[in-house]
Design a protein around this ligand. Sequence first.
Ligand code: GUE
Length: 286
Amino acid sequence: MTAQKLDGSGTLKAIKAELTERVAALREQGVVPGLGTVLVGDDPGSHWYVGAKHKDCAEIGIESIRVDLPGTSTQAEVEAAIDELNADPACTGFLVQQPTGLDEFALLSRVDPDKDVDGLHPVNLGRLVLGEEGSLPCTPLGCIELLRRHGIELRGAEVVVVGRGLTVGRPMGLLLTRRSENATATLCHTGTRDLAAHTRTADVVIAAAGVPGIITADMVKPGAAVLDVGVSRVDGKIAGDVADDVWETAGWVSPNPGGVGPMTRAMLLMNVVTMAERSLAAKASA
Ligand SMILES: Nc1nc(=O)c2c([nH]1)NC[C@@H]1CN(c3ccc(C(=O)N[C@@H](CCC(=O)O)C(=O)O)cc3)C=[N+]21
């Protein structure tokens, strides 16, 4: 038996088609969504990600504002760039590409929460905890959307998340345990005594540890869905958290590349559009 693919690249394409119509509708009402990015330094991976985001935007009618700063930039210089985007009406949402090598909490906190398309601003994470409307973190949201669009039931499901990183593992459980998802979430990490005992009970495993091949076939319940979120580089090639033999046991696996990565981009676009729609609704009711 071999697992079915959770196709992130194909799903990104489908979501882009849907968003193209929503962007056109916004433009008809005089709102032009514009995504800003702030990139610090010349890490090739970060450049690729940011380039991909702008290409995605161009395809669906979102304008782009790209701010590239040298690796020698100071905290104050990056904060000045953030202030400009906060004040720029053409920029309806933006992000600071991580890592910057600077004080990231200070940078995140400086972004206008209503322009925070990453969903990582402390106010938006707080809104998520409180159950209030805000922007949601792109990668965990992408995991949920990928499962949903492949017909995988989350209601009542046992979901085991591996890794407590701030962008994925930590907020994942908050999204999964909303009433709209109603999953049971277990968060495992390096302090977990018996990781395999947890993953073996899971209907869905979300592997976001950043440890190549940490999830092996013997750790997965037959038929389970396994999402490979981790991105490491081994000999210049992308290596995920999910070992190849998992395809023999699992019912569904997200490939890496081609799985959660493209879904992160899809949810970024979705956040840009949703936030622009909200700003229009707010204007209409004002
Ligand atoms: N403020 C901020 N927001 C982010 O969303 C953010 C960030 N910083 N820093 C880095 C991570 C990483 N990330 C990815 C986005 C797309 C792919 C992606 O599309 N990958 C493709 C191709 C990968 C390749 O071939 O190199 C794939 O998985 O198929 C991966 C990873 C966003 N991040």
